[in-house]
Write a protein of this length. Structure first.
Length: 271
């Protein structure tokens, strides 16, 4: 299998059909699968996913968990175990991420990203621009700035610049055989933890085209992962400290500046 499309979802009844349609419309010269993990949704999402899996049995592999995989506490880790389960279930040469409430709009998205990766073997990640859309009908906008670098490195990630929309991420699947870093399970920012481990293995390529939509709404985890949440700030700071040690302090100057940034944020909110 060339590509596994990894789709973690929870209570995405309103969105999951649009996400699956965006994946199913992909036009590729290679085989790909859609690996969906529903984390015991309480809405109609499991029924919809089951219907799609029955309609496209050769394309969709669905895991409909009867119980939420957790952890239940702390809330900042919500959905973590489902994501880790899915990432290991993806056996493609590459993995493309798209959460159940986001979706792709370009039918050639996967082909373009795989073509890039096949011709750039020293790259671990390929990402692209997205349109950010809002549930409350606030004006949409591009995820990446016009000056987003075509090539980034782990140093850019360690500078605490989040420039990779999860729905745009395609990576070389090192985790078919390798375990996640020991510190990964302690990091609330699971997407960031994943990208750091990937960026430590290769460069990050960027395609400026908008090929999908990232949905912002009240139910999204990004509202919990906020700079006003002291638990999340302390956890994020600890993640960078753990990464610094994991990388043998090669980027210590960069990481120290990031740690100081979190110290200032914590001091500002009195923690």
């Amino acid at each position: 299998m060339k590509v596994s499309v990894c789709v973690p979802t929870f209570n995405h009844e309103k969105y999951i059909a649009q996400m699956l349609e965006g994946a199913l419309m992909q036009q590729t010269t290679f085989p790909f699968e859609i690996v969906v993990g529903d984390d015991a949704s309480t809405d109609a999402a499991p029924r919809l996913i089951r219907e799609y899996a029955e309609q496209f049995p050769d394309k969709i592999r669905a895991y409909l968990h009867p119980e939420n995989l957790g952890p239940k506490e702390p809330r900042e880790f919500g959905g973590r175990n489902n994501v880790l389960f899915l990432l290991k279930a993806c056996q493609g040469d590459y993995v493309a991420l798209c959460e159940g409430d986001d979706y792709w709009t370009d039918p050639l998205k996967l082909q373009k990203q795989v073509d890039f990766m096949e011709t750039h073997p020293d790259f671990a990640i390929c990402h692209h621009n997205l349109e950010v859309i809002y549930e409350d009908n606030s004006p949409s906008h591009a995820f990446n700035e016009p000056d987003q670098k075509a090539v980034s490195t782990v140093k850019d990630v360690l500078e605490d610049r989040w420039f990779i929309g999860t729905a745009s991420l395609l990576y070389r699947n090192f985790f078919r055989t390798d375990d996640f870093a020991e510190w990964h399970h302690r990091a609330a920012a699971g997407d960031w933890a994943l990208v750091i481990q990937l960026a430590a293995r290769g460069k990050i390529g960027y395609l400026p085209e908008i090929m999908g939509k990232y949905r912002k709404h009240r139910g999204g985890l990004s509202n919990v992962h906020a700079t006003t949440n002291p638990y999340f700030l302390r956890n994020r700071r600890q993640m960078f400290a753990d990464v610094n040690e994991w990388l043998d302090f090669i980027y210590d100057d960069t990481v120290q500046k990031t740690l100081q940034y979190y110290d200032r944020l914590l001091e500002k909110i009195g923690n």
